[in-house]
Unconditional design. Sequence first.
Length: 254
Amino acid sequence: MLWLKELIGQTEGRVPVGPFLKIPSIEVVEIMKAAGFDFVVFDAEHAMLSVSELNVLIAIARSLDLPPLVRVADHGYGDMQRILDAGATGILWPHVSNADECRRLVGQAWHPPTGTRGSGGGMRAGGWGISRDADIDYRRDGRDRVMRVPMIEEIGAVEQADDILSVDGIDGVFIGPGDLSMTMGKKATDPEVVDAVERTYQVAKARGVPVATLARGAADARRLIDHGYDFVMVGNDTGMLGRAAQALVDEIRG
Ligand code: 3PY
Ligand code: MG
């Protein structure tokens, strides 16, 4: 099975790229694999994805060797634990504001003695407790292979990025330009926002934390890769479908 954490920095010159997915559909996951994406992030923060739907989507993504991560809806323990036990290969937490909050979240996703995540090896993440496959090991995978990724997307968090990114157990950071720009009362393309994103990027690089952000399309994704981002999110299923449908109608109607 592929893990995003193992793809980062190891695919010679090939930076992993993945979309956010919001539509609860097996076919969409298969299409993203067929299109060539390296990983997917199911977006439970903004989309109406239930834990039961995530369970199915995670299973199909894993079977396709398309590492599934989940952006959780909140900072709670219950859904996150079930999503990890369902076999998500990483968690993104939206709006992480400071180091204490980050430490608590990372701890929830880390088994003792380092954290407080409960033991559920009888689930998919543990090969249903009967796996003969040495590639599946609930405790080792939970410790070493699951990605724990705080999202920095508030200007207050940018100011505290060095503290936040010093938290033990972080496997990456995602800089959210959309929310960040809102907290600054600006547009994502305004120079002040671009500078705040760059400052956060530099802190992550200095700390050796793999860093990602959201690309505005293919050219922007190439720019981010050339700049040195370690993994890149681009697009989402609703946007891709919407734009393709609109372009088709426009072409017909002129
Ligand atoms: C943001 O830009 O705020 C994000 O969360 C990216 O999806
Ligand atoms: Mg956001």
